[in-house]
Design a protein around this ligand. Structure first.
Ligand code: UDP
Length: 245
């Protein structure tokens, strides 16, 4: 959250800098099967975010002492390209990317049928090529499409969205300016069928009432985002089947 509270993010008509109303999402496009050499892959464009996900596995976990005899381990690695942000990012892992990798691994483990693959490892590489706020959620949403594209059995998709507080108002799907200069940022991901929450983080402060408004905005958006995930997979199946109905 930034400190420059003098920037006006919502106008007198209640519209945001990019013209959206409080409950609007940015445009989202997902394509499955974009990489030939991965077992599964997906590309997501969400607002100005551009993220590619490559999935490998399940394969034998290595080194062996990492193996779990009861289930597969899921290793997500979130990485931001040096050129993905305004101010060049130093290449390699940092505290933020290590934390994001950990929470995304846990969220994906809740959806994948890990118990079917003892001693195995599933690698999920999340490469942020262009960042525009909400990258962890966009990367996670694309990851579950890439995992399904790899044919790895899942209980459900993992579908996420953020909400936050901007100029004192609760809004859905924060843009970069809203993330930087707003008062709170709440990324949430859930399994859309059951509504079970698998990721929830918060930066900044929300009252109980604002928190409830923010979470219900997110839970309303999740079926819309899940439909985009499903469409990405079904058009992939059509292409593989020869491009026709
Ligand atoms: N960001 C940046 N440099 C960094 C990290 C983040 O410019 O080293 C920007 C980037 O656009 C990112 C946004 O700040 O999407 C918000 O970052 P945050 O840590 O809240 O994670 P995100 O919202 O992307 O999941």
């Amino acid at each position: 959250m930034g400190t420059q509270s003098d920037i006006k993010l919502i106008d007198e008509n209640g519209l945001r800098l990019d013209g959206r109303s409080a409950g609007d999402l940015r445009p989202i496009r997902i394509e499955a099967g974009v990489l030939e050499r991965a077992d599964g892959s997906a590309m997501i464009e969400w607002g100005g975010n551009k993220i590619i996900v490559a999935v490998y596995g399940p394969r034998e976990a290595y080194p062996k002492h990492n193996q779990d005899i009861n289930r597969a381990i899921v290793k997500a690695r979130y990485n931001m390209a040096a050129f993905s942000v305004d101010e060049r990012k130093r290449p390699g892992p940092d505290r933020r990317s290590i934390e994001i990798s950990k929470v995304l691994s846990e969220a994906l483990s809740a959806a994948i049928m890990v118990e079917q693959f003892p001693r195995a490892q599933i690698d999920v590489f999340i490469e942020v090529l262009q960042a525009d706020a909400g990258t962890r959620i966009a990367g996670l949403t694309a990851s579950s499409v890439a995992i399904a594209d790899a044919g790895i059995p899942m209980r459900d998709f993992v579908t996420g969205c953020t909400a936050g507080k901007v100029d004192g108002k609760v809004v859905l799907d924060l843009s970069k300016e809203e993330d930087n200069f707003g008062q709170a940022d709440l990324p949430v991901a859930a399994l859309p069928k059951s509504g079970k929450i698998v990721l929830m983080q918060m930066d900044g402060d929300l009252s109980v009432e604002e928190f409830e408004t923010a979470t219900s905005m997110i839970m309303n958006a999740i079926p819309r985002i899940n439909e985009i995930q499903r469409n990405a997979l079904s058009s992939r199946v059509k292409v593989e089947g020869g491009g026709g109905e």
